[in-house]
Ligand binder design. Structure first.
Ligand SMILES: Cc1cc2nc3c(=O)[nH]c(=O)nc-3n(C[C@H](O)[C@H](O)[C@H](O)COP(=O)(O)OP(=O)(O)OC[C@H]3O[C@@H](n4cnc5c(N)ncnc54)[C@H](O)[C@@H]3O)c2cc1C
Length: 474
C-alpha cells in the first residue's frame, strides 16, 4: 500500500491503515455535488455519449472541466480515487488541517491567485523559521536564518549563473533553444560538479537538489529547476517565496469551487483502463467496465501513469517516452511530525543520502510543534525508531509525539511525486508533449510550459491550454 500512515502516540504506537486515512480525507474533500461511482457502473453497458470526458480530477482536470463548462459543454469527469485533488490532498494530523500533498503557493504565480480571487479566497503567510540547522564541518550547526539565507543565496547564485540567458523568457522555455542545447543534458549533480564547492557547501546544496530529484541529484535536470528560478524572479530569495503562502481553507478548497462551478458530472472510484479512438469518436472504458463515448477526451492524469491506460491508437513517441522514463519523481515522501513541547520554528537541511533531507517548521500546537519533513530514500518511514532518530539529528533530545508519512511514488494513481524533468527531456519532449493525439488531449502539471511539475500553477496553466484544444475538437 502506498500510504504508510504511522502515528505514534507516546510509547504505544498507533497505525492507521490506508482505508481509514482515505475515509478521513474523503470527508474533508468531498461535497454533495459528487455522484457516487455506482451511478457510473449502473450505466456501464449503455456507453453513454457525452460532450467531453476528462480523466483525472486534480487541478489540471478541474481547470479543464470548468473551462469547458464555460464554453457551454457538459463534461464527464472520471476519477480513479474516492476524492478529488490528486497530488493535492487537504487532510488532518494531530487535530490540525494539513496538506498531505502540495502545500504552498508563491506570490508570482498569477493563475492560482486569479482562481483564489474568483472564489473569494485568501492566503496567509506560512510560519517563518526562527533558526536554521545546516550541516557544518563537524556535525550540524544552528544558524540565524538571515546568515544561512545569505550564504545559501550566494551559493545558489553561482549554481544558476547563466540561466537568465538560456531562460531569457522562462514562460517560453524553448525561446533560446540554441543556448539550451548544451545545458539540457546536464543533471543537477553535473552542475554541482562544475562548481568549486567545499564538502560542507556541497551538502548545503545537494540536500535541495536531492529533495527535488526524488533521490539522487543525477536524476533531475538543471534546466527544470533553473526555469523555476527564472520564473520566480531570478534568485534564491525570489524562489524561496514559492513556499511562503497557503490558501485559507486548504489547497483542495479552490479545486472544489472550480468543480462546483463546472457542474460537471464527476464519477469517483472510476479508474480508466482503456481509451480508443475510432470513427471520429473516443470510447473510454473504466476498470469496472463502464463505457463512455465522446468526440474528445482530456487525459489529466500524471504522466507517469499514462502507461497504465491502453491507448488505441498507441501514444506518440514523446508521450511514450515521458511515461516510460517518468516525469513524476521516483521518491516523494512527505512526512508530518509533531514534536512535544514549545519548540523553536526550526528549518533544517541535510546532505544527499540523509534520512531527512529537509524539514520545514509549521504551527505550534498546545502540545507540540508540527513539522513537514521531506525524507530521502534511505529512511524507512514504517520504522518509528528510525524516524525519531532522524528527527533528533536536527532537534537533539526531541520527543516525537506522532508522525504520518505519505509515499506518493508508491501511489498507483500518481506513480511518482511532483514532476521534475530529467536531463534532455525539455528539448526531447517539448513542444510535442502538449499536442493532442487525434481526439485525445493531454493536461497536467508534469507537462506544463511554465511552472511545470512541482506547482499547481502549472496544472492550471496546462488545463487552460488543454481546454482550448478540447473545445476545438468537441
Ligand atoms: C508531496 C508533494 C508536495 C508538493 N508540494 C507542492 C507545493 O507546495 N505547491 C505546489 O504548487 N505544488 C506542489 N506539489 C505539486 C502539485 O501537487 C502537483 O503539481 C499538482 O497537484 C498536479 O496536478 P495535476 O492535476 O496535474 O495531477 P494530479 O493532482 O496528480 O491529478 C491527476 C488525477 O488523475 C487521477 N488518475 C490517475 N490515473 C487515473 C486513471 N487511470 N483513471 C482516472 N483517474 C486517474 C488521479 O487520481 C488524480 O486525481 C507537490 C506534490 C507533491 C506530491
Amino acid at each position: 500500500m502506498s500510504f504508510r500512515g504511522t502515528e505514534s502516540n507516546g510509547p504505544a504506537e498507533r497505525r492507521f491503515d490506508r482505508r481509514s486515512l482515505l475515509k478521513a480525507a474523503g470527508a474533508t474533500a468531498l461535497t454533495t455535488s459528487l455522484i457516487p461511482a455506482t451511478a457510473g457502473v449502473a450505466r456501464a453497458k449503455e456507453a453513454a455519449t457525452v460532450d467531453a470526458i476528462v480523466i483525472g480530477a486534480g487541478y489540471a482536470g478541474g481547470t479543464v472541466a470548468r473551462e469547458l463548462a464555460l464554453q457551454g459543454l457538459k463534461p464527464l469527469v472520471l476519477e480513479a480515487r474516492n476524492r478529488i485533488g490528486g497530488r493535492i490532498w487537504t487532510s488532518t494530523f494531530a487535530g490540525a488541517q494539513v496538506e498531505v500533498g502540495g502545500s504552498w503557493l508563491g506570490p508570482q504565480q498569477p493563475l492560482i491567485h486569479k482562481e483564489l480571487q474568483r472564489y473569494n479566497r485568501s492566503t496567509f503567510e506560512d510560519v517563518v523559521a526562527e533558526q536554521m540547522v545546516l550541516p557544518g564541518d563537524q556535525g550540524f550547526e544552528v544558524l540565524p536564518p538571515e546568515d544561512a539565507f545569505a550564504a545559501l543565496g550566494q551559493l545558489w547564485g553561482e549554481f544558476y549563473a547563466g540561466s537568465e540567458n538560456y531562460f531569457e523568457r522562462p514562460q517560453e522555455p524553448l525561446f533560446r533553444s540554441d543556448l539550451l542545447a548544451s545545458v539540457d543534458p546536464l543533471s543537477l549533480s553535473d552542475r554541482l560538479g562544475q562548481l568549486q564547492l567545499s564538502p560542507t557547501e556541497l551538502k548545503w546544496l545537494n540536500s535541495e537538489t536531492s529533495v527535488y530529484s526524488g533521490g539522487p541529484s543525477t536524476r533531475g535536470a538543471l534546466t527544470a529547476m533553473a526555469q523555476w528560478i527564472q520564473l520566480s524572479g531570478g534568485s534564491y530569495g525570489t524562489y524561496s517565496t514559492t513556499m511562503s503562502l497557503r490558501p485559507v481553507g486548504g489547497m483542495t478548497a479552490v479545486l472544489q469551487a472550480m468543480f462546483n462551478e463546472s457542474q460537471a458530472d464527476i464519477r469517483l472510484n472510476s479508474p480508466v483502463k482503456k481509451v480508443t479512438e475510432s470513427g471520429g469518436l473516443v470510447t473510454v472504458e473504466t476498470t469496472a467496465g463502464a463505457k463512455f463515448v465522446s468526440p474528445v477526451v482530456v487525459v489529466a492524469t500524471p504522466a507517469n501513469v499514462w502507461k497504465n491506460i491502453t491507448f488505441s491508437p498507441g501514444l506518440p513517441a514523446a508521450h511514450t517516452q515521458a511515461t516510460t522514463q517518468g516525469i513524476g519523481v521516483p521518491h516523494a515522501t512527505k512526512m508530518w511530525v509533531q514534536v512535544q513541547g514549545n519548540v523553536p520554528a526550526t528549518a533544517a537541511q541535510a546532505g544527499e543520502g540523509s534520512p531527512i533531507l529537509m524539514m520545514v517548521p509549521q504551527q505550534q500546537l498546545a502540545d507540540g510543534r508540527l513539522f513537514i519533513c521531506f525524507t530521502g530514500p534511505s529512511l524507512n518511514v514504517s520504522n518509528a525508531t528510525d524516524v525519531r532518530a532522524a528527527v533528533q539529528q536536527f532537534l537533539p533530545g526531541a520527543t516525537v509525539l506522532r508522525y504520518q508519512a505519505m509515499e506518493w511514488a508508491k501511489d498507483p494513481y500518481a506513480g511518482g511525486g511532483w514532476g521534475l524533468r530529467r536531463p534532455n527531456q525539455l528539448l526531447q519532449l517539448f513542444p510535442s508533449i502538449e499536442q493532442p493525439h487525434g481526439r485525445i488531449v493531454f493536461a497536467g502539471a508534469d507537462i506544463a510550459t511554465g511552472w511545470h511539475g512541482a506547482f499547481i500553477e502549472g496544472a492550471i496553466e496546462s488545463g487552460f491550454r488543454a481546454a482550448q484544444q478540447a473545445a476545438a475538437l468537441a
